[in-house]
Design a protein around this ligand. Sequence first.
Ligand SMILES: Cc1cc2nc3c(=O)[nH]c(=O)nc-3n(C[C@H](O)[C@H](O)[C@H](O)COP(=O)(O)OP(=O)(O)OC[C@H]3O[C@@H](n4cnc5c(N)ncnc54)[C@H](O)[C@@H]3O)c2cc1C
Length: 414
Amino acid sequence: MSPSDPMVIVGAGHAGGRAALTLREAGYAGRIVLIGDEAHLPYERPALSKALLKGECSLDSCSLFSEASYLASGIEHLSGVRVTGIDTVAHCVALDDGASLVYRKLLLATGGASRRLDLPAHQLGNVHYLRTVDEALELQNNLSPDTRLVVVGGGFIGLEVACSARDRGCDVTVLEAGSRLAARALPERVSEALLTLHRRKGVVVHLGVQIEAFHGEDRVEAVQLSSGERVPCDVLLVGIGMQPNLALARQAGLDTGSGIRVDAFLQTSVADIYAAGDVCESARDDGTFHRQETWRNAEAQGRLAALNMLGQQQPFNGVPGFWSDHYEFGLQTVGVLAADAQIIERESAEGGFLLLYLDRQSRLAGACGWGVGNSIAKDIKLCERLIESQVALGAEQLCDASISLKGLLRGAHA
Ligand SMILES: Cc1cc2nc3c(=O)[nH]c(=O)nc-3n(C[C@H](O)[C@H](O)[C@H](O)COP(=O)(O)OP(=O)(O)OC[C@H]3O[C@@H](n4cnc5c(N)ncnc54)[C@H](O)[C@@H]3O)c2cc1C
C-alpha cells in the first residue's frame, strides 16, 4: 500500500455516494473510487415507492450527483461492477471483471437486498420486489388502472406501494401475517391510523393471514389463504423486509452480527475498513449493537465514515429517525421508541397526534407523529431538541397541547 492508493468505497448507494462527496468536500484531493453493481450514479431510494412509482418524478431528481457535479468531483465511479472479495492483508479488493484494486482506506456501504419469497421459478413472471430504481420502473410499467395488485407484507414499503398503486387506479389487496400493520417499527396507535386510512382509500387489508399456496402456470394468478379465500392477482409485490449484504464482510473475516459491527467511529474489527448505512451495526454506549434502515442513518453515517477515514475520529451519536408517506398523510419518528417506555399522547396540528416516549427518568427518549402532509415535522424537530436536552419533563405538561413544546424547550434551557 502506498499514499497514492485510492480511498475505495464498495456500494454506490446513498451512504457510499454521500461518503465519496464528503471526502471531496472535506478537501481530500487523492483518488476516490466508488464501486457499485447498479448501472446508475448514487441515488436516494425513498421516492422509489412514492413519487417515482406514481410517475411524478424521475431518477435525476433522486440522484445524489448531477452528471456535471459528478464530472467536476473527479470521483471515479465504476458502475455495474461487483466487488467479489477483500484481501485484508494485501489491502485490496477483487472485482467481478477480474481486476483488483489496492485501497488506502475501504468503506463498505453495501446496503441490503429484498428478502425473497420461496416461489417456484416458473411462477415468477409477475412477482416484483422493490429495492432499486430499475425494479421501481418495471413495477410502474405493470400498474395500470384496474390491475389487481396483491402486496405480501404490510410494512412501510408494501403500504407505500399500495398508496402509489391506488393513485394509478389499481385494485389493491395487502396480506399481512401479523396482527397489525408495520408492527416491527411502529406503536399500535399508528398501526390503527394506517389501517383506517388504507381501508378508507379502498385497499383490502387482511391481517393475521397465512398464505397456503400461489396458483398459476407461468405467473401467480391467485393467492390461496389458509382461511380458504382465494385472492385474484395480476401483479404480486413482495415487501417482507430486507437482508443486509454481509457476504463480503463475512468472507473477509470482519466481525458481524445482524450487520457489519463497527465501533463508535464506524471502524470495523479490521484496520482501515469502515462501514456505513443499512449494512452497518454500530455500537452504543451500553455495549449493544444496532442497525438502522433509514435515509437519515445512511446520510449521517456516510458523511461521518468519510471524515473518520480522513483521520478525524468523530463518534457516531446521531439521533435515529425516519418518515413514511401515505396518501395525504405523513408519519415521522425521532429517537428510540422503546416498548417499555411510558407513552404520552398529545394532539398535534391539523388533527394529527404525537406519541411521546419517556424513559425511567421522565426524559424524552423518542417521539412518533402522524398528521396531514408535513404538519408533524415542526413538532418532531422540537422533540429532537427535547431528546438532546436530556431534561426531565412532566407527563401532565406533555399531554396538554395548550402548553407548547417550544415553551418546554425554552424551560429546559433556562
Ligand atoms: C423503496 C424504498 C423506500 C424507502 N423509503 C424510505 C423513507 O421513506 N424514509 C426513510 O427514512 N428511509 C427509506 N428507505 C430506506 C433508505 O432508502 C435506505 O436506508 C438507504 O437507501 C440505505 O442506504 P445504503 O447506502 O446503506 O444502502 P443502499 O442504498 O441499498 O446502497 C447499497 C448499494 O451497494 C450495492 N452493492 C451491494 N453489494 C455490492 C458489491 N459487492 N459490489 C458492488 N456494489 C454492491 C447495492 O447494489 C446498492 O446499490 C427506503 C428504501 C426503499 C428501498
